[in-house]
Design a protein around this ligand. Structure first.
Ligand SMILES: [Fe+2]
Ligand SMILES: [Fe+2]
Length: 484
């Protein structure tokens, strides 16, 4: 090997080693931090785990003399290197980032020598909950008061202190797509699939959705045509979780439902792309191949055999999501009297996301409101009435992501719906085109706002319009919020 290449290979090796050791250390740190949040300082577990943490610290010191962690631009840095977390340890990264942010800690440096007792006392102070307005100053004051030297802390810069819910939701959205892509690739290669990661992702989505539903529903406007099935599966999963919430499912049930929805089209890995993306009408034979995907999906899920992480309902959903309420549809069973509840929920979300997406073979793309009205025409035959009604109620008459023409001549994008029945026609909208027809980054207005002079509504929706006709890219507005 030439000298230059050799050098490069050595650098890569040592970078990888540092990455690995830094991750191991942070994993230990994460465990210790969690234990401190649960137990008193003199707990045996704490003794044990801090000893292991010191051991990891020793290993890190062998390769890097300085041990400094920093939070910078949504990442954790070890000295000059960004620590690269994978999906399987993403929860550790997220936990640490959140805990540090809560305490305004932007930097944590370990001295070359630290004794265990000192470390325990310092961590006890750092991990303590800090409800006050100046958590960082409180921590530093307490360390000083108790005369604990050793660890040195740096305050987080103001710009790093807060991650908007939009930003973290969007990140989660794309992470889910990446994860599903990884799963599809592994499935093709017959490699092991990490279902506990899927579960964790869906759990995080659930947590975010709980306090940020409108934005999440807005994200389902993202339609990536190149990776239709991946994107579609994530959208269906989000819609299903939100719908499950409305139907009164428990948290655990909603996570199961989300996982099941996530995998509903897994069988499409087997469908040739030439058929999936065929621009013209399918032949009878091609249609039959597509209609195999429920079976193929269910079979794949059965083979995963990770029953601990995979709800059995996922197999039902893969198999049944194209069966209609009147038991027609496909696959056709000679004797079938019942459809799984989750399959019925996924069916509604699946249909909605599919017809609101532009596809090369579909003549018409339905706006979100048109899609709901078409679906209502098939209530009871194609869709379960209770589930469809709950879905329509959740989406509102003008679902999040609809583009509407207002009586002022402005065009608005629905960003949140008003669930109070008398205001269903009055959602919150972001003005995206002014009365003169200029595209603008306007404010978000509430259509229930009243003009004080005449007590009339300031703005009213005249009709829904198709964003394509005006060359408006709905998803971009939601993504822009995440970048703000
Ligand atoms: Fe399907
Ligand atoms: Fe689907």
């Amino acid at each position: 090997m030439p000298e230059e290449e050799k050098k490069q290979a050595e650098t890569t090796d040592s970078t990888q080693l540092v990455q690995k050791l830094a991750i191991n250390f942070l994993m230990r740190f994460y465990i210790v931090f969690k234990i401190f949040k649960l137990y008193a300082e003199n707990n045996e577990l704490i003794e044990q785990q801090t000893a292991l943490l010191i051991e990891e610290l020793g290993k890190l010191k062998e390769v890097e003399p300085e041990i400094k962690f920093r939070i910078k631009r949504e990442s954790i840095f070890f000295n000059q290197q960004r620590v690269k977390f994978s999906l399987s340890n993403y929860h550790i990264f997220k936990f640490l980032l959140e805990e540090f942010r809560k305490r305004e800690i932007g930097q944590l440096e370990f001295p070359s020598e630290i004794n265990q007792q000192e470390l325990i006392s310092a961590l006890a102070i750092i991990s303590k909950k800090r409800p006050g307005p100046n958590p960082f100053d409180d921590i530093v004051a307490e360390l000083k008061e108790q005369q604990i030297a050793g660890l040195s802390l740096g305050k987080m810069q103001v710009s790093e202190q807060w991650l908007s819910p939009e930003k973290s939701s969007t990140r989660l959205y794309f992470l889910s797509i990446l994860h599903l892509r990884e799963i599809s690739e592994r499935e093709k290669e017959n490699e092991k699939i990490k279902l506990n990661t899927t579960r964790r992702l869906i759990q995080s989505i659930f947590n975010h959705l709980a306090d940020n539903e409108s934005f999440f529903l807005g994200l389902t406007n993202i339609k990536n045509h190149d990776e239709y099935t991946l994107n579609h599966s994530v959208n269906v999963s989000l819609l299903a979780i939100a719908l499950g919430k409305r139907l009164g499912l428990s948290r655990a049930e909603m996570v199961d439902l989300g996982v099941a929805a996530f995998f509903h089209d897994l069988g499409k890995i087997e469908t040739p792309l030439a058929i999936l993306n065929k621009p013209s009408q399918l032949t009878e034979e091609e249609r039959k191949i597509i209609e195999l995907h429920p079976h193929q999906g269910a079979e794949k899920l059965v083979q995963l055999r990770e029953y601990k992480h995979l709800p059995i309902s996922a197999i039902h959903v893969a198999m049944e999501h194209h069966i209609k309420e009147d038991l027609t549809g496909y696959p056709h069973f000679k004797i079938k009297t019942d459809i799984n509840l989750y399959s019925r929920i996924v069916k509604v979300c699946d249909f909605f996301d599919a017809i609101t997406t532009k596809r090369i073979y579909r003549q018409k793309v339905f706006t979100r409101a048109e899609a709901l009205s078409l679906m209502l025409e098939h209530i009871g035959t194609e869709f379960n009435p209770v589930i469809l009604k709950a879905f329509v109620q959740m989406m509102g008459i003008f679902p999040v992501g609809s583009v509407v023409l207002l009586n002022t001549g402005e065009i608005g994008l629905v960003v949140a719906i008003n669930h109070e029945p008398k205001f269903l026609l009055r959602p919150k909208v972001k003005i995206i085109v002014d009365a003169e027809g200029n595209k603008i980054n306007g404010e978000v207005v509430d259509l229930t706002d009243i003009q004080p002079e005449n007590k009339k509504f300031k703005r009213t929706i005249i009709k829904e319009i198709n964003p394509d006709d005006y060359n408006l890219k709905v998803a971009d507005y939601f993504l822009a919020q995440a970048e703000a």
